[in-house]
Write a protein that binds this ligand. Structure first.
Ligand SMILES: Nc1ncnc2c1ncn2[C@@H]1O[C@H](COP(=O)(O)OP(=O)(O)O)[C@@H](O)[C@H]1O
Ligand SMILES: [Mg+2]
Length: 388
């Protein structure tokens, strides 16, 4: 682009030229795409507003200190020039919609889509010009969409699994009731030896345990609306643990319960409470890889209008750089298909819904503690009986 003031021509022509030039400068400067032009040595001639925003250099810095080669990571500039000069990517001297990375002032890698051209004068290369736009937002949205898709499939799977579990639980109810009934009949109607009686009571005890698990499963999978009532958090914890304890994953997990005695109730939806504890506990047991200690504590805070629940594990802990992100939806360190990264974000929502707060404390190598607080309710027990 020739910005030199014409030496020949009258005043009128010079004025006209100045206006056109100012207009062009404005056009380039305020374009919605980033525009960078450089001479053949790479010295930057034009660096518009969007370019300054994307890269973080001021226009002045770019024009005085920056070489166009420096904005590409590891010699990528030469690759761009090679492609520009070849015929294949939009014709000789042109490059269209080329996806590449550039480096911002702070060292950050920025994905861009680039349209570039070589400017020739009498067949000689004199400059290059690039029009680009920052792809970060587009890539982020694409990423979120992909994750939403995975999450939807996962949710679908979970909901059909939930239905299946409810169905199985339902079907087990009758035979279990039969086992219990007939074992009781034998116990009462026959004069049995002591040893046999003992065996029978063992059968009854185990059948009762099965019935309890079935009941708990049915309750868990029951889709209830949000029902806020005064509840004992200890009960929600115990029931969740009861359901989980018998899982193979918990076999070598030492569970320590230290639940505060006669804690005030919290206004809560019991399903959501159980869901919350289940998510935290499952994460904890998952990271301990089947071996370690799970500690669940509950107590009344000294200010005595909140109850606090602490769930600790002896897993690998969470490093400082990821700790701030664990409650974000879709944040997961698990392999694709293993985790959705939604567990803790649901936990967070539930805690918010209940006017509480949650934090995670962790030191790598020393395990993790999740601390949940709920405000207590002045109302007395209202809902727990209907649960029984
Ligand atoms: N007890 C824990 N110890 C270590 N890391 C944890 C623990 N709980 C959660 N995390 C980290 O937080 C991430 C997000 O957890 P979550 O939202 O439940 O999603 P997911 O379990 O599907 O990965 C996990 O991938 C893991 O990196
Ligand atoms: Mg999880």
């Amino acid at each position: 682009m020739d910005f030199d003031i014409p030496t020949r021509g009258g005043l009128e022509e010079k004025l006209q030229w100045t206006r056109t030039n100012a207009f062009l400068r404005n056009l380039i400067h305020s374009a919605v795409d980033g525009i960078i032009a450089a001479d053949i040595k790479g010295k930057i001639l034009t660096f518009n507003i969007v370019a300054t925003e994307v890269f973080g250099y001021t226009k002045n810095e770019a024009l005085t200190n920056l070489n166009v080669r420096d904005i590409y990571p590891n010699n990528k500039a030469f690759e761009v020039m090679r492609l520009l000069r070849s015929e294949e990517y939009g014709g000789k001297g042109k490059l269209r919609s080329y996806q590449t990375d550039v480096i911002g002032k702070n060292g950050k890698i920025i994905p861009i889509s680039l349209n570039a051209a070589i400017i020739y004068e009498e067949g000689r290369e004199v400059a290059t010009i690039g029009f680009f736009h920052d792809m970060r937002e587009e890539l982020r949205i694409k990423n979120v969409l992909e994750k939403t898709h995975i999450q939807l499939m996962q949710a679908e799977k979970m909901s059909s699994l939930g239905k299946l579990a409810a169905d199985v639980a339902h079907q087990l109810n009758n035979p279990l009731a039969g086992i219990t009934l007939f074992a009781k009949l034998i116990m009462e109607e026959y004069d049995l030896e002591e040893g046999v009686k003992e065996d029978l009571s063992r059968i009854l005890k185990d059948a009762k345990r099965c019935l309890d698990i079935v009941k708990e499963l049915l309750e868990f999978t029951r889709q209830t609306g949000h029902l806020m009532r005064p509840h004992d958090v200890n009960k929600a914890i115990s029931r969740t643990l009861f359901l989980l304890e018998s899982q193979a994953l918990f076999q070598n997990i030492d569970i320590e319960k230290d639940l505060g005695f006669s804690l005030p109730f919290v206004q809560a939806d019991i399903q959501q409470l159980k869901h919350l504890f289940m998510n935290i506990i499952l994460n904890a047991v998952h990271v301990m890889e089947g071996k370690g200690k799970l500690t669940v504590k509950s107590y009344l805070l000294p200010d005595s209008n909140r109850v606090c629940i602490e769930i600790s594990d002896t897993g690998p802990g969470i490093s400082e750089d990821i700790l701030p992100y664990i409650f974000e939806p879709f944040f997961t360190t698990k392999e694709e298909g293993e985790g959705t990264g939604l567990g803790l974000s649901m936990v967070y929502d539930i805690v918010e819904n209940h006017g509480g707060n949650i934090k995670a404390r962790s030191k790598p190598g020393e395990g993790t503690t999740f601390i949940v607080e709920f405000p207590i309710t002045a109302k007395a027990n209202g809902g727990d009986e209907s649960e029984e």
